[in-house]
Design a protein around this ligand. Structure first.
Ligand SMILES: [Zn+2]
Length: 117
């Protein structure tokens, strides 16, 4: 780490930072981050399960356009699914009561039929 001066405000900054912490001026000695990035497994899983959060990571950094398009498509799909789920919760379909048999009811039925000695 080498101390250099910010070309904008002369504030002493590290040569490893990308922008001056004092005035936000980009550090000319520090090359911009590599443009081509690969999606890590952590990011991939994040996008699969929480696209609403992790898609923005992909859009911000220099990922491939196709990757960004796929991520955005997935986000749209997830939002669509969420909307449908929301409507199902808001307007639940009436399920006939006879079709809903709980586990307890099933075991009671089994007890009633199998315990005749
Ligand atoms: Zn500065």
């Amino acid at each position: 780490m080498v101390r250099i001066q910010c070309s904008q405000c002369q504030h002493p900054i590290s040569n490893e930072v990308t922008t001056c912490p004092q005035c936000g001026h980009p550090n000319e000695q520090q090359p911009l981050p590599e443009v081509k990035r690969k999606v890590s497994w952590m990011l991939f899983l994040g996008i699969v399960f929480l696209p609403y959060i992790f898609v923005w990571f992909i859009l911000r950094k220099g990922y491939k356009l196709t990757t960004q398009a796929i991520a955005l498509g997935w986000l749209a799909f997830m939002l669509y699914t969420l909307t449908i789920e929301f409507y199902e919760i808001a307007y639940p379909q009436i399920v006939p009561e006879q079709q809903v048999i709980s586990y307890e009811q099933t075991t009671q039925l089994n007890d009633a039929t199998s315990h005749h000695y």
